[in-house]
Design a protein around this ligand. Structure first.
Ligand SMILES: Cc1ncc(COP(=O)(O)O)c(C=O)c1O
Ligand SMILES: N[C@@H](CCOP(=O)(O)O)C(=O)O
Length: 462
């Protein structure tokens, strides 16, 4: 298995090299050269297996023997032993055919743990094997940051720099990052928004001179291993509900588009998926593109689902690459146009996308309404991101014979503002975070200027 760039102009890489890098040199994102296929029998055999075993089987073709089976199995098992639920990602039935896939039982209470608990271990394995050090730069709207820090903090060979938008993440999210006082962890609060942070991380991959030859590694969903690990829970949920013998649909709260793209990969590998429903908050570029072919940037809006406050969805490029029949030049041309002015997709790729994807945008008032309504129906308090998915799924459900699986992407305790505004007293943090609000914090506020950020990284890496 080799990995190629979505813009078609970078050399193909091995799994090890693709994990230990970020953007391709042509500015594209890496994807597997061929998509591994699961037969119906192979999928059917997975029903009833442990999550770790399903994870091993689904990811093995991507790893391509570059980590021996015994070691890879151990890394996977250790990663998912950190989750507080025996099923790792349990399915919670809401009604006859609507299910929540709870992805928030990891150490930092969001779906990012599923990939980052594993990625930290894989990075540690490869860097130790090579005897190399590396620098991580990551951008976060609140959840990736703490999951990356938690997944990588014990890697001696890594220094971790996480950029979050100053005063735009929840207090719990900020403290989950800034209260980790390890010598290799650096939190930077950017005076800007998530898109500014993501742009600076991407620019740093394009020109790594400031690191004097030290390797720069991505923990955002730029990194293929993030997508790879997220494919697993689509397969696990699908086979638990009867795939491959019946189809399933997924509704995914979306922003940077790594999560739903992982689902699309599961579909391409053989999981029978009827439909992916993309839920956005008021930052609705994905919905406008699919519904109106309006592929344009709009001013960022601060919402009650802050982790989805993103203007440009990085991984949409990976889906465009598939929709444009893997024509890297066409993708590069479209994205260059999009950076400069409002753009539109060509007719054929857009209709291909519309065959499999639907979308809905959910505003703040509706998020609050859903939190109340879902509590009334199920006694559960949803987090505001999951609430966007719940509403989009309800709007889209039509075929009652196809289970709809809404991805519950975070624990409500991380988002007190929305929960309290919906009329609830709040949701307690789990015991391992009991004293989070009293812990000492450390972070540095910097302007949204690439040179200031790169200078900070260069001066502080060990
Ligand atoms: C809680 C939560 N839900 C949904 C999303 C959207 O996921 P994605 O960026 O993979 O589309 C994010 C982060 O992006 C998130 O943190
Ligand atoms: N919502 C994310 C934004 C970054 O997304 P990623 O999947 O590319 O890491 C966050 O919480 O940081």
């Amino acid at each position: 298995m080799r990995y190629i760039s979505t813009r078609g102009r970078s050399p193909a890489l091995s799994f090890e090299d693709v994990v230990l890098t970020g953007l391709a040199s042509d500015g594209g994102l890496y994807v597997p050269e061929t998509v591994p296929q699961f037969s119906r029998e192979a999928l059917a055999e997975m029903a009833g297996l442990s999550y770790a075993e399903i994870a091993f089987r689904v990811m093995k073709p991507f790893v391509n023997g570059e980590i021996d089976d015994e070691t890879f199995r151990r890394l996977v098992t250790e990663a998912y032993a950190t989750f507080s639920h025996d099923a790792v990602v349990p399915l919670n039935q809401l009604d006859a055919n609507h299910f929540l896939l709870e992805l928030f039982h990891g150490p930092t209470l969001a779906f990012k743990d599923v990939a980052l608990q594993l990625l930290g271990r894989i990075l540690d394995y490869f860097l130790k094997k090579r005897g190399e050090r590396a620098v991580i730069m990551g951008a976060t709207s609140g959840d990736t940051g703490s999951a990356a820090i938690e997944g990588c903090r014990h890697c001696d060979n890594l220094d971790i720099f996480i950029l979050h938008p100053h005063n735009r993440v929840s207090e719990v999210q900020r403290r989950q990052m800034t209260s980790v006082l390890a010598d290799n962890v650096f939190n930077i609060a950017i005076e800007g928004n998530f898109d500014d942070a993501q742009a600076m991380v991407k620019a740093s991959f394009a020109d790594q001179g400031f690191l004097d030859g030290t390797r720069l590694v991505a923990v955002n969903s730029i990194n293929w291993a993030r997508i790879m690990a997220q494919i697993v829970y689509y397969v696990a949920a699908g086979v638990a509900l009867g795939a491959p013998h019946r189809k399933v649909s997924f509704c995914v709260p979306s922003a940077n588009f790594g999560n739903v793209f992982a689902g699309f990969m599961a579909y391409r590998m053989g999981l029978p998926v009827e439909r992916f429903v993309i839920a956005t908050n008021a930052n609705d570029i994905l919905h406008r593109t699919l519904a109106d072919n309006d592929f344009s940037k709009k001013e960022l809006v601060a919402t009650l689902a802050p982790s989805m406050d993103i203007v440009v969805s990085s991984n949409f490029e990976r889906l465009l690459f598939e929709a444009y029949d893997r024509d890297g030049a066409a993708v590069a041309e479209l994205l260059e146009r999009f950076q400069a002015e409002p753009a539109a997709l060509a007719e054929a790729p857009l209709s291909r996308l519309r065959e499999r994807f639907a979308s809905h945008s959910v505003d703040d008032a509706t998020i609050l309404e859903v939190i109340r309504e879902a509590h009334h129906r199920t006694q559960e308090i949803l987090d505001p991101h999951t609430a966007t998915g719940y509403r989009a799924a309800e709007r889209e459900r039509c075929d009652e014979s196809v289970p709809m699986i809404t991805l519950a992407t975070a624990h409500p305790a991380k988002f007190a503002e929305a929960v309290v505004k919906a009329g609830f007293p709040g949701v307690p943090l789990p015991p391992h975070m009991d004293d989070l609000l009293e812990r000492e914090e450390r972070y540095t506020v910097l302007p949204a200027e690439l040179s200031a950020v790169q200078q900070f990284v260069a001066e502080n890496r060990r």
